[in-house]
Design a protein around this ligand. Structure first.
Ligand SMILES: *Cc1c(COP(=O)(O)O)cnc(C)c1O
Length: 377
């Protein structure tokens, strides 16, 4: 038995007739850039997120970068980012010529710690960028309160959290804007690259529509030096199909996460606990309805556990093995090991277990059994 970390082929097989029809319809439409599929997806995704506007772009990194540009971020500006995130969050800031200023996560939620944000604010700070990491919403209310107090804007990185709720409200318009990725492995994934921004700010949405299209509103009239960053109509048509299944697929992830939680709690509170180092399970605050993009456990025996799972033919991944501040790409910033010790400890100890809408119940059982064998070894 082989249990892959994520089975994207199974997602296609479940929806094949619908997806094939959407692709055929788009090919026959004659619209290969923009057009009705992109517009329809933007409308449907905005409605789903409870936001007034959605703007499709080429990928999640562009969604972040273009929004920072549209907010006027440039050289000399500082943007507050989590130390514990995928590097795209930081790169979007760097691409504007601005400086990413990292803030450590809360150890229980892995998301940016609102209590540490104010100490990182300087006269150059323009934006706070929380990331809803692993599909768990960041604690938005204190972040928004700090932003209001200091006159900052908030751009959320929602790449891992399509459908997640904060205090009952779907992510999409808590801050000034949310940037989304439709990379195939995300909860709402295309069959190629894709991204979008949702916002209630009509002016910001308008600027984004101009920026993504060469800085042009009227053909061959260029107001600003823009970009070529479009959501492909084929991907939009596929995303429309998948959006209709997102809640159901997130619910399946929720079922798997609940089974993991219940089983692992038993394992780590059993007698094995004395003989094995502490294993930390995901923590869900009362205000959070996560969508389990990843099921991340933390243990000092991470490498041995991953080896054990590999030997049992169970896929697992580390999100992420090297935090952005220690990447060679950011060597010039002068961060050292120890600069952000919480992010570094997380990078050394986290492991993501298989989870997804197509992980069979028998496979979930097999992962649980393999975990039990490891804890009792
Ligand atoms: C996937 C991801 C991105 C980037 O998305 P792409 O579509 O791959 O450009 C940005 N931020 C986070 C947190 C992500 O997980």
């Amino acid at each position: 038995m082989n249990i892959p970390f994520l089975d994207l082929g199974a997602a296609y097989r479940e929806l094949q007739p619908e997806i094939d029809a959407a692709v055929a319809r788009t090919l026959a439409s004659g619209y290969y850039i923009g057009g009705p599929e992109v517009e329809a997806f933007e409308d449907e995704f905005a409605t789903y997120c409870g936001a007034s506007h959605a703007v499709g772009v080429a990928n999640g990194l562009d969604a972040l970068h273009l929004t920072l540009r549209a907010m006027g971020v440039g050289p000399g500006d500082e943007v507050i980012v989590p130390s514990n995130t995928y590097i795209a969050t930081w790169l979007a800031v760097s691409q504007c010529g601005a400086t990413p200023v990292a803030v450590e996560p809360n150890e229980r939620t892995y998301n940016i710690d609102p209590e540490l944000i104010e100490a990182a604010i300087t006269p150059r700070t323009r934006i706070i960028m929380p990331v809803h990491l692993y599909g768990q919403p960041a604690d938005m209310d204190p972040i928004l309160a700090i932003a209001r107090k200091h006159g900052l804007r908030v751009l959320e990185d929602g790449a891992q959290a399509h459908g997640a709720r904060y205090k009952g409200q779907r992510l999409g318009a808590h801050g000034d804007a949310v940037a989304w990725s439709f990379y195939p492995g995300k909860n709402l994934g295309a069959m190629g690259d894709g991204g979008a921004i949702t916002t209630n700010d009509a002016q910001l949405a308008d600027r984004l529509r101009v920026l993504r299209n060469y800085g042009s509103r009227v053909k061959y009239v260029n107001e600003v030096q823009g970009y070529n960053s479009r959501l492909d109509p084929l991907q939009a048509a596929i995303l429309r199909v998948k959006l209709a299944h997102l809640d159901e697929w997130n619910a399946r992830r929720q079922t798997i996460a609940a089974r993991y939680q219940a089983a692992f709690e038993l394992v780590i509170t059993s007698k094995a606990r004395q003989s094995t180092a502490r294993t930390v399970l995901p923590y869900v605050p009362a205000w959070a309805s996560p969508v389990w993009h990843l099921f991340v456990i933390r243990t000092p025996q991470r490498d041995a556990l991953q080896q054990h799972l590999t030997e049992a033919s169970i896929g697992s991944l580390i999100h992420y093995p090297i935090p952005p501040h220690l990447q060679q790409a950011y060597a010039a910033m002068g961060h050292k090991p120890g600069s952000f010790p919480i992010a570094e400890a997380i990078a050394d100890e986290v492991l993501s277990l298989p989870i997804g809408p197509h992980l069979a119940a028998t496979d979930t059982d097999a992962v649980i059994e393999a975990m039990e064998r490891f804890q009792h070894a």
